[in-house]
Write a protein that binds this ligand. Structure first.
Ligand SMILES: Nc1ncnc2c1ncn2[C@@H]1O[C@H](COP(=O)(O)OP(=O)(O)OP(=O)(O)O)[C@@H](O)[C@H]1O
Ligand SMILES: [Mg+2]
Length: 490
């Protein structure tokens, strides 16, 4: 990297929200052609840094240099003018406009024929068949996420800031997404790749920066190992060893949750759950794992009452609930943890305390609130803070408070740890495990084999809407390869 000039330099950036120091004098630089991976635990300041570089937040102190010139962005429009774009995990698109109109709006231009052509060519080059005249409301989440990336790429940006944008993509599309980003850097673009996933960072990064409570606590070159990054992120690896992996023997006979020959159709009338049967006893923790898009989400939503069952039966402690409203299922002791806290898991306009009150449907004492916040390690720990002001991972932690208010009869959780850093993920898995040990029947639906392998007593693999095989052994870890094979080529 001799003699090369960085595209962007961040100099001693400082940002406070109330009493919370989000960034405490952060400096870094990103060179052309380089992917700088930015790591840090939930709430460490990653997204705040991204938003400052994109002109969404203004720093309290410090400055940015672009091409060696001191620059102040007071809006994203100014950042975009200098070639800086942000792609985050919430696609920024207007639903009732077409793809083309969205891109035009984003670029502050008109949806001209030229733009249409350019957009079509870009999409084709990336191997994507999306009609640019389609209304964005007709697109899937995945398609929206790609359009969000494409609308930045079409301008030939200088710096692409990618803030956990691949988090919700199914595996294959995620690889494609990451590949597009790598190619962008290979052609000379700069990338700031934000993630709390260490392996993903190592896969993507040319250089690494670790943030902790707003401070840069580590700068590493390519070749750095997982342990070094982990220690920088969390201060230790202790949380890994406190996690016990001991599925216990189940003594209950009857099933708390039974699903019989369930069929659920997707928006296009195709079966997304196709004749699924499964039973979960009290005290059992059963996982269903599969690559995203194979029906786990729809299965969870049908059990929760958020999606219509076309055929089959769902039983909760011998009561049929197949067509019962979601609220009745909750009253009967079923708790559903959705994957995406922003859209489904919490009410974003409310405070942490108000959300917990909603979950518990009754008054919640200050002591209980504080205990929940401590247990879930929600940061900052003020219960009267608006949830929208928390970091993504901390919002997911709030959504998990619903698990700690009672001992639910049945828990169904879909990818409940997706936005969590490794330590909070471990904590959440041990909460699910403890619930099973205290008598809940737990069904964990997941795309992440790491999430399910260590804690399940039984594991099913879901492919194209069917559970194609169950694995049952005290040592599921020894079956990892077989499980992965079934997931990929059933
Ligand atoms: N608009 C805001 N108002 C108040 N506090 C905020 C705001 N934005 C961020 N914060 C606080 O700043 C800190 C850093 O948050 P940030 O979103 O940057 O974390 P993060 O590293 O992106 O975490 P995650 O991995 O969970 O996404 C957190 O304590 C958060 O609560
Ligand atoms: Mg974030």
């Amino acid at each position: 990297m001799m003699m090369r000039k960085p595209f962007i330099e961040v100099v001693e950036i400082y940002k406070k929200f109330g009493d919370v120091i989000a960034l405490n004098g952060v400096s870094l630089e990103i060179y052309p052609g380089e992917i700088l991976a930015v790591l840090g635990e939930n709430g460490s300041g990653k997204s705040t840094l991204a938003k400052i570089l994109y002109g969404l937040y203004f720093p309290d102190k410090g400055y940015i240099k672009v091409d060696d010139v001191v620059t102040v962005f007071s809006s994203p429009a100014e950042a975009k003018n200098r070639g800086i774009f942000l792609v985050s995990q919430r696609p920024q698109l207007v639903d009732d406009m077409s793809v083309l109109e969205n891109v035009a709006l984003f670029l502050n231009t008109s949806p001209s024929r030229d733009l249409k052509k350019k957009l079509e060519v870009t999409l084709r080059d990336l191997g994507m068949a999306i009609d640019v005249d389609r209304g964005v409301y007709t697109l899937s989440y995945t398609e929206k996420q790609f359009i969000d990336l494409v609308k930045a790429l079409i301008t030939q940006p200088r710096l692409l800031i990618v803030d956990e944008a691949a988090t919700y993509l199914p595996r294959e599309l995620k690889l494609k997404f990451l590949d597009i980003i790598k190619k962008f850097a290979a052609r000379g673009g700069s990338v700031m790749y934000i993630t709390h996933k260490i392996l993903e960072a190592i896969e993507m990064g040319d250089r690494f920066i670790v943030l902790r409570k707003g401070d840069v606590v580590g700068v590493f070159e390519k070749g750095v190992d997982v342990t070094t990054i982990r220690r920088a992120m969390f201060g230790s690896e202790e949380y890994l060893t406190t996690f016990k992996r001991s599925p216990k023997k189940i003594t209950h006979e009857s099933f708390a949750l039974s699903v019989e020959n369930l069929i659920v159709f997707d928006e296009h009338g195709k079966p997304s759950v196709n004749d699924v049967s499964l039973n979960v006893r009290s005290g059992e923790l059963i996982s269903i794992v599969g690559i995203a898009g194979n029906g786990q989400k729809e299965l969870g939503e049908a059990i929760a009452g958020l999606r219509k069952a076309a055929r089959g039966r769902i039983m909760l402690n011998d009561n049929e609930i197949t067509h019962a409203p979601a609220s009745e299922r909750i009253k009967k002791g079923l708790i559903y943890v959705p994957e995406d806290p922003f859209r489904e898991g919490v009410a974003m306009g409310l405070t942490v305390a108000e959300n917990v009150k909603l979950f518990s449907q009754s008054k919640v004492s200050r002591e209980l609130l504080d205990a929940l916040i401590k247990k879930l390690d929600v940061n900052p720990s003020n219960p009267f803070i608006n949830v929208a002001k928390l970091s993504g991972g901390n919002i997911q932690k709030v959504s998990l408070a619903r698990l700690l208010l009672t001992t639910p009869k049945v828990v169904v959780a879909y990818s409940p740890t997706r936005m969590l850093d490794e330590r909070s993920k471990t904590l959440t898995l041990s909460i699910l495990q403890r619930l099973a040990e205290s008598g809940s029947a737990v069904l964990l639906l997941s795309e992440d084999i790491e999430e399910v392998l260590h804690i399940s007593t039984r594991l099913g693999v879901m492919v194209s809407g069917k559970i194609v095989r169950f694995f049952e052994t005290p040592d599921l870890e020894s079956c990892r390869e077989d499980i992965e094979k079934v997931m990929v080529h059933a």
